[in-house]
Write a protein that binds this ligand. Sequence first.
Ligand code: A2P
Length: 340
Amino acid sequence: PAPRVAIVGATGAVGTTLIELIEQRGLPYRELHLVASSRSAGRTLTVGGEEYEVQAIEEFGFAQADVAFFSAGTSVSEKWVPVATAAGAVVIDNTIAFRMDPDSPLVVPQVNAHELDRLPKSGVIANPNCSTIPLVRLLRGVEDRWGVRHAVVSTYQAASGLGYSGMDELHESSRAALQGAGAEFEPRNFRPSLAFNVIPKIDRFLDSGFTLEEQKMLQESRKILGLPHLDVTTTCVRVPVANCHSEAVYVECHEPVDRAELIEVLGSLPEVVVDDAHDPAAFPTPAVVGSSDLVHVGRVRITQSNPRAFWLWLVADNLRIGAALNAVQIAEELVERGTL
Ligand code: A2P
């Protein structure tokens, strides 16, 4: 029979996208439970034409779920994922809480679906960081053909990485900035204000001088690709874009790279489209890509000084590719294997 599904964080930006994708893709379920904080308890949401009442997490019995998607923040996962797994649910967790746990696989289905061949001891499958997912999907193809010597990545990350509250703050701060000096605005998530600005700091600073977001991209890429010595270094930047992360990616390979072949290799990866395949001046942007289930690539160019190195630009919907879609695709793989 189809699994009983719970969505923790159902009222948030990722949770809402998850619900949309479950409807669109027809993930089978025989029961659906929508869970959030007590602030949302009693609200009703319509899924697949049926009304569901949102339940407070404190009131929810996880024994009613075969699989629980968590995207309600790291502290919620730290506290409630163990409760869910103890009650017998398989958890697909979208936070950092279990990503580096050796007993919990960190899965991008297009890269390492084989990790799902058996259910993990911990009962938890971790969903990677939103900027890491599109990056490793491309690096997999490059590694297999040319070998990656090292990669340097700058990210341009949207406000929706911080959920609805991030998107609302971008709009409010932009409005205040346009109104001029008199308008009051107190930043909640982004300091300094993100309006008409770019901020080279996402998540907290570490002693190394890198941010936690930058460290996640290194550690998670190594774990997902199974390349413990992969040399990838990043600068993560928040930009005043509502949704869709972009990345400028420089890769130096072991072998010389031919542009036409690179485009062919990237374009043949699952759910990847190379926008400049036929027109080198074509390129994706967040506003043009919108809500897309594809990783969009453009600006593919071999460096003039080194025939083994190239640059590319990628854009991926962080709520979908970087979060909800990856989680749903993990669930689909589990259903296909009969483990759910
Ligand atoms: P709620 O809407 O009741 O606050 P976003 O990422 O868009 O900010 O959404 C966060 C999601 O996580 C929302 O669904 C939110 O529910 C939920 N959430 C936040 N804090 C808690 C909590 N302490 N317990 C359960 N769910 C929570």
